[in-house]
Design a protein around this ligand. Structure first.
Ligand code: GLA
Length: 721
């Protein structure tokens, strides 16, 4: 293959302060740590509601529709057909170049932009805009060979080399320099290209690896610790190193928590997670700032995986992107996959501070990386895309445009499938493109919620460490359980960090947030004092930011808000169930019980364990403070019993579940000052009627009092105010 290689001068590489093996990259702006010194082990100031910058939304007409486009995988003779078929499908935005580093820089400092010039011009001529990727998630083989010290070393000491994709060690100075060089070269060349509307940095930070234990990481970890804690004494104190004789006499004795004989200090592990998150964020910020230097007017994003990337704290990342974008893939074998999709979309909207966001990737049908990759059912692709749009997305993009013939993802579905255009998949895609075009007026409208679920990655990191009271404790399961109840009641939900401003909500639920420090407790107190209803579920607020039990005991400062004190955990045996009395009604629970006492006269007992290890003790309590109340639930209720708690909570909060909707019909609203859009998603194989009036946005048909929604289909109704 002849590369039309242009030998170009190498753009300036940001200086690296390597004198001490350090990791700081100085590009004239201070953005290591996002410009702020981390406080008390935490990386980001997440106290404000996460909000990306006010940079403009990419200038696409209407909603964006398209996907990842990897033209470098195809002969150029295929490209005109790509453009023609994209036009036929209504595609208006594609992400280009995400894994194309070696094609753009085939040898160090030698660039080949000819092919990218040509495809960008073709796309522009065809009326298709571009989200241009920086390809730094796939370093070339020449880089791995030249810089073996940049290979990721995993916790077992294995070195992860080339042949796949994935970041190098995020603390590597050589990786920093090489990724800055290719980013600068792209920014310099394409910032003014009329096809390029936005920048897409890297790909899914945190996947497939987020941690590295190489010697450069050891140095960087110690630097981060010193920046965070100032002194070795403070590190020892924060980590409680008097336990098991772990006290450090010198900073250089500290290593990343890799393999060890038994459980490694949990506070050290928690700080290591924060460090890894910080290093990845620094990688993103380095590229973002280069792009902003060259490209002042174009938004920069990086694609998140909201509920599916446990290793990055997106509350800290969201304010650093100009547009929040997200990738979501169904867990194909779960029958509640559409509920999990809704949860992911709601978390993404919350990360965007309520503003519209981009669905950067989803799949037209099966993926290729699950144990059994089920094809989507007829209608499911459109339901999925429109469910994201219903919950605030102004873009529905897929991975990927044309199915790859080679490589690890050749069995992944695509917009243009292996079956070609003479296929049901293609017909459905073209229909979806038409629908999305018809929904142009939805763009910019917003979704509002009266209920928030707390969500905190740092708490998840801490809870997922070793040696906790029961293997059945599972924050994700609890979050899904509460979310599902709310979804079934058609109550729209936001997610919030424990220290976020909660004043806009009527009801806040803490499903299982193990780590809640004093600030969070104060915030919850303010919420309740201000008239809110708060429900805290068991195993919440147990430890502080250093994974240490609070001085107040097992229920910590949140227990003071609740007017209770957990004296002892009483987890249940596998399969054991306990009975409860809730307002004279029988209820059932499993997994957990607390032995708790009341600490405030204003706390009432609303439910009691009638058997099991906490028999006769409170299972559900409520402390009234002014107009607000703080409720505590000391066990895992089964789904029917949970409804017994949620209904009075809704009533106390003044939250009205949408009643009277057919089973399996999801309704979500987006609105602005002049109009409301009702998205009616029929997840069943039966037609249903929804009691509503308005105009069908797609067909133009007017409905009075009843809207028929065909089996598996979506109807969008507009009401003008
Ligand atoms: C992720 C990646 C894509 C692709 C898809 C496949 O989302 O970002 O490059 O691998 O998964 O589902």
């Amino acid at each position: 293959m002849s590369l039309e290689t242009t030998i170009r001068p190498v753009p300036p590489i940001p200086a690296i302060s390597a004198d001490d093996g350090g990791i700081a990259v100085d590009d004239g702006d201070t953005h290591e740590n996002g410009g702020a010194k981390p406080a008390g082990g935490r990386n980001a100031d997440v106290s404000a509601k996460a909000a990306p910058s006010e940079r403009p939304w990419p200038k696409v007409a209407g909603l964006a529709f398209g996907g990842d486009y990897n033209p470098e995988q195809w002969d150029e003779s295929v490209w005109p057909e790509d453009i023609r078929l994209m036009q036929a499908a209504g595609v208006n935005l594609v992400s280009v170049g995400i894994f194309a580093w070696v094609r753009l820089e085939p040898r160090p400092g030698v660039f080949d932009f000819g092919w990218l010039d040509r495809i960008l011009d073709l796309l522009h001529d065809g009326g298709i805009s571009v989200d241009l990727g920086t390809p730094t998630a796939a370093p070339p083989a020449w880089f791995y060979r030249a810089q073996p010290e940049s290979w990721v070393v995993d916790a077992d000491g294995r070195r992860l080399g080339p042949g796949s994709r994935g970041i190098c060690c995020p603390s590597s100075p050589a990786y920093a320099a090489a990724s800055a060089r290719i980013t600068t070269a792209l920014a310099e060349r394409y910032s003014a290209h009329p096809a390029v509307l936005m920048w897409h940095v890297h790909n899914e930070y945190g996947a497939p690896v987020s941690q590295c234990h190489c010697e450069q990481s050891q140095i960087a970890f110690r630097e981060w610790l010193l920046l965070t804690y100032d002194t070795l004494d403070a590190i020892n104190d924060a980590w409680g190193t008097n336990f098991w004789g772990q006290r450090y006499g010198e900073l250089d004795e500290i290593r990343t928590p890799a393999a060890s004989a038994s459980v490694i200090n949990p506070a050290q592990q928690l700080d290591y997670q924060r460090f890894c998150d910080h290093q990845l964020l620094s990688c993103y910020l380095r590229e973002r700032d280069i792009l902003r230097t060259w490209s002042a007017d174009k938004p920069v994003t990086t694609n998140f995986m909201a509920t599916n990337c446990p290793s990055v704290n997106l509350w800290g990342w969201a304010p650093e992107v100009d547009v929040v974008s997200n990738d979501h893939y169904l867990t194909a074998e779960r029958t509640d996959r559409h509920v999990l999709l809704a949860m992911d979309a709601d978390l993404t909207r919350s990360l965007a501070g309520g503003r519209p966001w981009m669905l950067m990737e989803h799949s037209t049908s099966a993926v290729n990386w699950q144990p059994r990759n089920l094809a989507k059912e007829p209608g499911e692709m459109a339901r999925n895309s429109l469910a994201h749009i219903a919950r605030g997305a102004d873009a529905a993009l897929f991975f990927q445009w044309r199915g790859s013939r080679s490589g690890a993802e050749k069995f992944h579905s695509s917009m243009l499938p292996h079956a070609g255009t003479n296929s049901e998949q293609w017909t459905e895609l073209v229909d979806l493109g038409r629908t999305i075009k018809a929904l142009a007026d939805v763009r910019g409208t917003t979704v509002t919620a009266e209920v928030a679920l707390l969500w905190d990655w740092e708490s998840f990191w801490a809870q997922d460490l070793d040696w906790h009271p029961s293997v059945d404790l599972d924050h994700r399961e609890r979050t899904i359980a509460f979310y599902t109840r709310l979804w079934q009641d058609n109550v729209t939900v936001d997610f919030a960090h424990p220290t976020a401003d909660l004043s806009g909500y009527k009801l806040v639920i803490v499903p299982q947030v193990y780590l809640l420090d004093q600030d969070a407790a104060d915030n919850l107190d303010t919420f309740v004092t201000g008239g809110g209803q708060l429900l805290v579920s068991y195993f919440s607020g147990v430890v502080d930011a250093h994974d240490a039990v609070h001085p107040q005991g097992l229920s910590g400062p949140v227990g003071e808000v609740l007017g209770i004190s957990v004296q002892e955990f009483a987890p249940l045996a596998q399969g054991q169930h306990v009975a409860l009395d809730l307002w004279g009604q029988n209820a059932s629970a499993d997994v957990w019980a607390d032995r708790l006492v009341l600490t405030d006269p204003a706390t009432q007992i609303l439910g009691t364990f009638t058997d099991g290890p906490a028999a006769g003790r409170p299972a559900l309590t409520r402390r009234r403070i002014g107009q607000g109340s703080a409720w505590y639930l000391a066990t895992r209720l089964d789904p029917e019993s949970l409804a017994l708690v949620m209904d009075p909570l809704y009533a106390a909060a003044g939250v009205t579940p949408v009643a009277g909707l057919p089973h399996g019909l999801e309704m979500v609203t987006r609105r602005d000052h002049s109009q409301t859009f009702y998205f009616l998603l029929n997840h069943t194989d039966q037609p249903v009627d929804v009691p509503l009036s308005g105009t069908d946005v797609i067909s133009g048909e007017r409905h009075e009092h009843s809207v028929p929604v065909p089996a598996t289909q979506v109807i969008v109704i507009r009401q003008q105010h």
